[in-house]
Design a protein around this ligand. Sequence first.
Ligand code: MTE
Length: 323
Amino acid sequence: MLIRSPKDWELSESAATPEKLYRLTHRREFLKTLGLGVATAAFLPRGLLAATAGFPTKVNPAYRDPALKPTPYEFVTGYNNFYEFGTDKSDPKPNANRGWQTEPWTVEVAGLVGNPAKFDVNDLVKQLGGAEQRVYRHRCVEAWSMVIPWDGFPLAKLVALANPKPEAKFLKLSSFVDKKNAPGQREGNLDYPYVEGLRIDEAANELAFIATGIYGKPIPNQNGAPLRLVTPWKYGFKGAKSLVKIEFVAKQPRNTWNIMAPDEYGFYANVNPNVDHPRWSQASERVIGGEGVFGSRQRTLMFNGYEKQVAGLYRGLDLEKNY
Ligand code: MTE
């Protein structure tokens, strides 16, 4: 993004882990995040292993395209953008796991709604009927992509629970502030809190999702624990992590990357291979975890392949101006 040099978009050789090794690491990582050794954890019932509300999840077959091969867990959790914890892709994994607490966690629903409320995240997931799993394409504005099995709930359910007033036209989503535990916030590498926005009809679209997990397990801190926005037809920066507030507002809110570099990042952030970033092409993407040392490349699809579900939202809008 703004502060990166092109070299940082390349995956290091050591990160290109073979699939077999990934499976082993995946299991070990998961047990580690729960603070359990392999010996103890092996005997625990599945329900206890995944104690957080909503887990284990049910796969939603409508969002499990067999043509999409999920990116190995190690890449999804080890190659991240989370500037609160550093600007390198390898920073968030260690830095977000040095004492930063994401449980318990409260999220506030506020603004122009009939039901303003503060929720404990686990209670919210329960209240919304538990979590489901969807496999989505994930395309970063930096022209790399992954395929991620997200667990969580449709944002539309939260919108319905909030009961927006007619004057509510947008959602403003804010991430946490915790200077003590977030080195990037102490450095001031971005304006914090990280904020993102959606039009209310985008938020109510069937694809918009709030993730509380990946791969059927609670979401790791570096991926935005305990809850983050996922809008698979938009560039990854829309996916604000570790949300503390979702506000319903009348006017289009500014979003962090647009504030930092308005010529490079817009409000819409729709994946559009026909509109280049001022500094690079968006026509293709590097597949993280794909074949070869730096992953393979593939052509980028309009709306990241979700044209059928979302094109109607933008009919009549000039997508070159509204990037
Ligand atoms: N959310 C917060 N709070 N801080 C961030 O720096 N980075 C964004 C987005 N959400 C970011 C954030 C960017 S630029 C991208 S591409 C995605 O998170 C990356 O998500 P991932 O690390 O889970 O792939």
